[in-house]
Ligand binder design. Sequence first.
Ligand SMILES: C[S@@+](CC[C@H](N)C(=O)[O-])C[C@H]1O[C@@H](n2cnc3c(N)ncnc32)[C@H](O)[C@@H]1O
Length: 210
Amino acid sequence: MKNNIFSDYPLEYDRWYDDNKNVYWPEIITLKRVVKKEEFGLEVGVGTGRFAIPLGVDIGIDPSFEMLQIAQTRGIEVVKGVGEDIPFKCDTFDYVLFVTTVCFLDNPVSAFKEAKRVLKKGGKLVIGMIPKESVLGKYHMRNREKSRFFRNAVFYNTEEIVRELKHMGFNKFKILQTLINYPDEKQYGKYSKIQKGYDRGSFVVITAKK
Ligand SMILES: C[S@@+](CC[C@H](N)C(=O)[O-])C[C@H]1O[C@@H](n2cnc3c(N)ncnc32)[C@H](O)[C@@H]1O
């Protein structure tokens, strides 16, 4: 795998959440609509656990030892590993979650296949992502050079992810969006609304079943 920038600056990445609660909280609240604490879940690319903790995720994997160390201090059970080769048995989890991780994967298709393998029958794949077509996606692509974290990110359209997942046999799709037209429309209370679909959100949550 490529050099992992998150291993070089784990605290800087983690601090971003304290400085950007206006973006972080709408994302959590949207994910809470589909991720249930009583279900047994895995987060792929768990990072420092900023989503795993409030969502009640049971186990997180990540290739970055430095990110996992922080997640572990927050009380998450962690395992070093990549999404393309998930270190768990078939039919283990009620849900598998990816939050802002798909754009950093070496091979998203392999990771989705692996997620399907470790999901129980009827289990949920949940993907939280910044779509390529969104205002924020376009902003990150325009300003690549200014961000050490997003410099090498590969953004995807919501539709291309959905098409790929359908091709793999996932079904019963639901899509929610928040950060409506963010950061162009920053009026609090407006952009943080949760809506169905993916036409205007800078953060989209795709749910599909195995
Ligand atoms: C933007 S961070 C997101 C972390 C966490 N999900 C969050 O939202 O705070 C992306 C994470 O993906 C991890 N990552 C990079 N390549 C990966 C891979 N092939 N499989 C799983 N995780 C990977 C990075 O180490 C990093 O922790």
